[in-house]
Design a protein around this ligand. Sequence first.
Ligand code: CA
Length: 239
Amino acid sequence: MQQKITVLFIEDEANILTFVSKILKSQNYRVLTAQTGTAGLQLIRSQCPDLILLDLGLPDMDGQAIIQEVRQWTSCPIIVISARSNEGEKVKALDSGADDYITKPFGTSELLARIRTSLRHSNRLNTDSDIYIRPYHCHDLTLDFEKRLITIGDTPIHLTPVEYKIVAFLARNSGKVMTYTSIMENVWGPYADTDNKILRVNMANIRRKLEANPAQPEYIFTEIGVGYRFAEDTTESMI
Ligand code: CA
């Protein structure tokens, strides 16, 4: 029998908890629920879920404290559910180690897509490293990490070394939002300028090279006030 994937949902609003649990069970996930941070932490320690859905506004503790606690000992993916369109809160959660976020109210298909993406990323980290070497594909774009070559259709795209670093980092983390800080640190190192102007300038150039219509991007999506999300690698969704 196939082992079910266990999702822990920590959320104090009973109606959302019930609704989302039903959806996840219908998709064949095993679902654990907790309505307080304390109960959630106990379940994380005792049940080792495969993925955690975490509401940040809990009655007994701030969800940010749970992320920090959990990240001390496990890389289990965490998707934060944020009621507020508070960018600062999302950035803080991501930089503390959350894998992604979703804003209330959210659609079922969006939630399920985020869960699948996060699980794929955690499988990749746990099971193999070859996947980093396998090229990234989406629509007409291919990025060959070994050759450091980007093509759209048959046309090679010329990027500067910094532009390539940014695109390769986003492509390795495709489907996930990457914060400005995480991109800056990856590309320019830990002493990166805290002003993200240089990143925005590079992104504008990258978009002109990659996107047929930068106003309606196919590959690089802006998460306003948070960072950027590269389109999910379509090779992976076929595995
Ligand atoms: Ca709440």
